[in-house]
Structure formats: C-alpha cells, structure tokens
Design a protein around this ligand. Sequence first.
Ligand code: ATP
Ligand code: MG
Length: 585
Amino acid sequence: MPPPAGRRADRRSVAGRYYAFVSTQTPVTPERVDFIREIVTADVRSGQHQTIVTRFPPEPNGYLHIGHAKSICLNFGIAREFGGRCHLRFDDTNPEKEEQEYIDAIEADVRWLGFDWGEHLYHASDYFDQLYAWAVALIRAGKAYVDDLTADQIREHRGTLTQPGRNSPWRDRSIDESLDLFERMRAGEFPNGARVLRARIDMAAPNINLRDPVLYRIVHAAHPRTGDAWCIYPTYDFAHGQSDAIEGVTHSICTLEFEVHRPLYDWLIENLPVPSRPHQYEFARLNLTYTVLSKRVLLRLVTEGHVRGWDDPRMPTISGLRRRGFPSEGIREFASMIGVAKADSVVEVGQLEFAVRGVLNRTAQRRFAVLDPLRVVIEDYPEGQVEGMSMANNPEDPSAGSRSVPFTRELWIERDDFMEDPPPKFFRLAPGREVRLRGAYFITCREVVKDAAGQVVELRCTYDPATRGGDSPDGRRPKATLHWVSAQHAVPAEVRLYDHLFTRPDPGADGDLFADLNPGSETVLTGCLVEPSLAETAVGETVQFERLGYFSPDPDSTPGHLVFNRTLTLKDTWAKLQARGRQDA
Ligand code: ATP
Ligand code: MG
C-alpha cells in the first residue's frame, strides 16, 4: 500500500509497512491499529510512560516457530515504533529441558527476522540471587511457606473449577521452620520433588492460579548458565513478572493462556519490593491450518525422525522456513497482515504463503530449470554454435539487470510440456506445432523419437531464425512459451518438493496427531537440469524457476551436487479463495 502523500519526511518503513510519525511518536498505520498498540499509545499520551520497554521471553527448550515470530514482530515492532526498546530475555528456569543449542538458535533466528536487542540480552537466571532473596522476604512476611506434599498431593488439594481447594497440613508451619527448610532446599539436602515453596494466598480463590501456587521446586540438574550453583529453581510465575520489573519492562505482552495467571503476576508485583510496575497484556496466539505450533510436538518430530531436523523445510520453525527459502520480510509481512487480536482463531497457512509469494514476486531473480527433462534437437540450428540470450533477471525490477543464458542446438525442455496426442486445451508442444522458447526462438516439432518401450526420448524440431529474442517480425504468436536449458551447459541438480507436513487442516483433531502426518510431504527429484548460473546461487537466496515456482539452495548443496528446495509453487490458492469469497458475498 503506498504511503499517504505529503508526509514523506516523517515516514519510516517498519517491517515493510509505512508508519507516519506524529509529534507524540504515535504511529499512524495505514491499517487498523491493534488493541495493544492502542494501550501503549494511551500510556504514552497520558504520560504514564516516557520510554516503552517490551520483551520477548523464549524458553530455550526448542527452536522458535512462526507463532513466536508473531510475538517477536509485535514486541520488537512496538519498541521500534514508539522509540523504546525490546529485550531478549531467556526464560531459563527449567534446566532439565534447556540447552545451549537452543539459546544460540533463538538468537540467530531473532536477528535473521530483522530485530536487534542491542545490549539488552537478559536471562531469568541473571536474577536467581534476587529472586531467592525475594522468596525469603515473602516467607518472612508470612506470605510463603515450604510444603512437604508431593506433586500429586498438591494437585489433589488444589480442587477444581467448581470446588475450592484444601489447605496443605504444612501451610501453617512456622516462619522460622519454612526459612530453615527453604535454606536447606537450596543447600541440596533434599531430592527432587521432596518439598516446594508455595505462596500463601487463598486455597478457596475462584482462580486456581491463586491457590497457593508453587514458587520454587527442587531440580538437581546442571543449568546451561549457572552450572551447579543452584538445585532449586523458580517457577515461570515467580520468575516472569519479577524479571519484567527488574528490567523496567512497561508492557509485558504474552499469549492468552497467561490471562488466568495475571492475578498472580499482579499479586507478586504488589507483595514484593520490586523496582518498577510492569503490566501484563494478552493477545491471541497464532494457529495455522495444517501446522502444529507446539515445541513439545516439534521436538518429537525431530527426535523420532519424522523430519530431517529442527530446520527441515517442512517444519514451521523460523530456521525451517529460512532453509525452505522464505525471506524474513515475507514473515514480517505476514505478521503485519494478520494483525493482533484478543480472540483465538486459526489462520489459513495459505495466507503465510501469500505474503511470502508477494515478497518473492518482487525480489526473486528468474532462472531456468527443467525438473523432468526431455531432449530437443533443433535440426537446422548450426552444430557447435552457442548464442548468449540476454534474459531479464526480474521483470518486476529493472535494477536486477540481466544475464546471458547459453542457447545451443540440443536443449532440455520439461517432459510435460509435450504431448504426442494433445487434448483440445493443451497448447504446448505437439507434433507439427510451433511454440516459443522463452527469450530465444520459435520452434516447431517435426518428429518424435521413442525408445524400444515406446517412451518418448527426443523431439526433432526446426526453428525460425527471424524470431530471435522471442518475437516474430510477422506478428505470429504461439499459444505457449516454454522454458529450456542448453544440454551442453546444463548443471545437474536434486530438487526437493514439499507439501504440508500434515494431511488435515486440524492435525490431531481425531486423537493421534502422528497418524495425520503426510507421507508425501517431501518428494526428492534427481536428474533435474538447471541453467549454469544456478550453480552460483547462494544458500539464503531464493529464485524463481520460471513457470515452476520459487526455489532456494539447500545447505546440503555442494558445488558437485546442487540441491534446491521448492519454497513455494507459483499457484496462489489463497488469493483465489479470497476472490471467490468476494464474488459470493
Ligand atoms: P510452545 O507453546 O510452542 O511450546 P511456548 O509458549 O512454551 O511455546 P515460549 O518460549 O515460552 O514458548 O514462548 C515465548 C513467547 O512466545 C511467549 O511470550 C509466548 O506467549 C509466545 N508464543 C508462543 N507461541 C506462540 C504462538 N503460537 N503465537 C504467538 N505467540 C506465541
Ligand atoms: Mg511458554
């Protein structure tokens, strides 16, 4: 969407969108402003906050996925639009599941998405000393106690949505005894699960999160950052809000499942001597059709070998989408398209593809590649001659320049661009028919050569030298234009085609999620032949194979063995559905 005229000076492009800045630094977007940005705007206007501080708080127990990208774009986007800052904070409170590999991958993914936390890299584990001191303060104030019940007993005492909970027999033990036990928990005197520290709030509270929630548990496990310094670790609830307060976070934005935790978040902030007063706001998490966004499930897909790894191009992880060839701009564009709402919904995965296709159509260079080759010999073309045909790299972008594609007497075309006995609506090559070879010449098929099994192995053709470049001086216009590769110059390649990882839009809805895995989600084509310039295409770059789709070199690719991933087909089913919807309406 073009920016409004006349305000060029105060516009900045943010994540592919234009924002006009007014003096209060309130962003005016061409689209609607979401409810979180409305809240932030109001807080800036009322003077409640001078500097807006947000954070993205991943737990390093897996790789980031497209749902996290929504949260990253929201948190970093708001910080950028309001001239504030966004922290990257690792919520590293569960050493049994967390690994350095995940920490490194998360940092790389956030950077690749185009965001920068500057010097504001934090870890919940940075605050373990402070959190411990605050836990002791709560015990001293009679607001926390050490409980000897097991996890099962605690669950059983907690009650249900309709029934109040019951007090633990240890709830009223003395402050001194709790202090002593908590210190000994920390000293490593007890095994995992023997005791926990709980807040003393209200076992009859309608909100179960307020029924004496657990604040600390015993976990004898080495931590990626603090090593063996601790054997008790704070829960998410005890770490999160306090970390926000320590860092001066103004708007702690999270997904809806934390809404019921907000009263506890507020209780802890109000009952501890924290240095600032953050507020939690919740938005709807991203759900996508044909896709599972749960790190637990994604981990199983990896460990059980259903995919090639966390960055398998079929995975909804940021690293998988990157490997598949999705540009980060396309992901940011998608986040901006879907917006931020308060109610849960499921987004069509086609909408993500639509956003990515829009970016690629603008930016991807065009190339020739033949996936299923059929030999063409142009009988009247001089043997040994090589002509460099100048081809625009991107018709959408003249600055992308052009390249020279070698044309020779023997070529490869796509096998399904020929039919010996074509039905009425097939306009491509057939015996006696003339077609255009893109950017080269018109050719006519004169003879079909078959092998002993009757399989077509070669087409003998003639060409019209007057049509060089793809146009005929007499105005003849063939009904089809084919892509081609010079046989002498073609480079062999492996091409991997992808389909949805799951067969149904709501994987697992019938119970077994893994039964819904799509056995045809990956197809490996070998013996593909591509134009020579594709040997130079770098990993991380996505090109359009003309007429076939968008493709990107896989990191498995080597100079002697090129491997390309199909990023997307050219077909845009989502846009078609939208158009049909409009017609019906
Ligand atoms: P998962 O549910 O996939 O296991 P998680 O919520 O446990 O993810 P965290 O590392 O805790 O993963 O998430 C970091 C941040 O990303 C949180 O603020 C969380 O709310 C947000 N987030 C996670 N999943 C989504 C999603 N599908 N859509 C939007 N935000 C999400
Ligand atoms: Mg979480």
